[in-house]
Design a protein around this ligand. Structure first.
Ligand SMILES: *Cc1c(COP(=O)(O)O)cnc(C)c1O
Length: 398
């Protein structure tokens, strides 16, 4: 029998990732087991994706049921699960219409193309400027890395799409200085995820909303990470009370089954007339059947209230650990998207802490080189949370 070892990864895989030394083989709830049967508490949820835990019974059942019925039919046909999911999202958000894709990057790619096309349709080709923020992350397609604010992801691939500018996050004056009649869109993560879990100020988001309305630019919220309950509200815009023109969603939407969505208003949606944009897999019945159950579960007020309670406990636990070991200079974030920034002495060493945690049976993430990121399942039990925190304390001690 072939031995599937970590070494094999280095032989047969393109080396664009360096995964952990252990290989997970099974997951249930907030626990993962590796090839040796070692158990881990999972505070990553596969990067804020498996928000209902690994292999939740009721979703496995839906996957099996839909798996017997219809997996794929292409967008030449629609499907019942697609229409069910779309209706739920329209009912529960500002949006009049949705389109489904397969990932966060694809959702942002579609949102940016839609904003450009809307500007062309209503104002002409000169309205093409896209304002984005330094350190932002919007995915890895060429348009989305170019719009994202991290040159390490966008440089080295030749000429980039034009008319994109990057300004400091949470700096309304910087936005005022560059926004003009030529601006077609402003795109922002309500909480910057990958670059360090940095929340936007409410006044900043409100200010962007006003500027966009004044200059007929579309405000795009990239809620790929913050959406679907992650911050203790169904979408982050609901907490901030600032309504975007286009919203993108992915990660947790399918609890690990790949799916993304763009949500928008009726008038903007008209710029995606038949044939203007498309995808083979987007909106397939399997993904939509799963996502419909995820949306039903997570959008419940009680469920979201519980997320906020677990969040308070997680933050308190991290603060207690910090009182003992003085490792963090800042603990921040919302709901269960929490970042702990290491003190200067440990800057650049976040991944070392991730390795130590894994040795102690805990999976955590980084958000940039200086921040530990905690994104456990939204339904993590108190017992699993305490066990994870104890393992974190152990690994920080060693
Ligand atoms: C993860 C992420 C993306 C990219 O999503 P993929 O599914 O990896 O393409 C885009 N934006 C934000 C805010 C993200 O966190």
């Amino acid at each position: 029998m072939t031995q599937y070892t970590r070494e094999l990864f280095d032989q047969v895989m393109i080396q664009n990732y360096t995964p952990a030394d252990f290989i997970p083989v099974k997951g249930k709830g907030c626990r993962i087991w590796d090839q040796n049967g070692k158990e881990y508490i999972d505070f990553t949820s596969g990067i804020a994706v498996t928000s209902l835990g690994h292999c939740p019974d009721e979703i496995v059942e839906i996957l099996q049921r839909q798996g017997q019925k219809l997996w794929h039919s292409s967008n030449w046909f629609t499907s019942e699960p697609t229409l069910a999911l779309a209706s739920k999202l329209v009912e529960k958000t500002f949006a009049d219409r949705v389109m489904f894709v397969n990932s966060g990057a694809e959702a942002n790619e579609a949102a940016l193309k839609l904003a450009r096309r809307y500007a062309v349709d209503h104002f002409g080709y000169q309205k093409s400027k896209i304002i984005s923020f330094k350190q932002s992350f919007h995915g890895r397609t060429f348009f989305t890395v170019s719009v994202g604010g991290q040159t390490k992801y966008s440089d080295g691939f030749g000429p980039k799409p034009a008319d994109i500018i990057h300004i400091p996050f949470n700096d309304l004056n910087a936005a005022k200085a560059v926004i003009d009649e030529q601006t077609c869109a402003v795109i922002i993560e309500p909480i910057q995820g990958e670059s360090g879990v940095i929340p936007a100020n409410k006044a900043f988001l409100l200010g962007l909303r006003e500027l966009c309305s004044q200059y007929n630019a579309l405000l795009i919220f990239d809620e790929v990470q913050t959406g679907v309950g992650r911050i203790g509200h169904f979408y982050a815009y609901m907490k901030y009370d600032v309504v975007p023109d286009i919203l993108t969603s992915a990660k947790a939407l399918g609890n690990g089954f790949p799916i993304g969505a763009i949500l928008t208003t009726d008038i903007i949606a008209r710029s995606f007339a038949p044939g203007v944009h498309g995808t083979t897999f987007g909106g397939n019945p399997l993904a939509c059947a799963v996502a419909a159950k995820v949306v039903d579960t997570i959008s419940e007020a009680k469920f979201l209230e519980n997320v906020r309670q677990i969040s308070a406990r997680l933050i308190k636990g991290l603060e207690q650990i910090n009182q003992q070991y003085q490792l963090f200079k800042d603990i921040r974030g919302e709901g269960l998207l929490i970042g702990a920034e290491l003190i200067d002495k440990y800057h650049g060493q976040a991944s070392e802490f991730v390795k130590k945690a894994a040795n102690n049976g805990l999976m955590i993430l980084v958000a940039g080189p200086n921040v530990l990121r905690f994104t456990p399942a939204l339904n993590i039990t108190e017992q699993e949370l305490e066990l994870g925190l104890a393992r974190l304390a152990n690994s920080l001690m060693s």
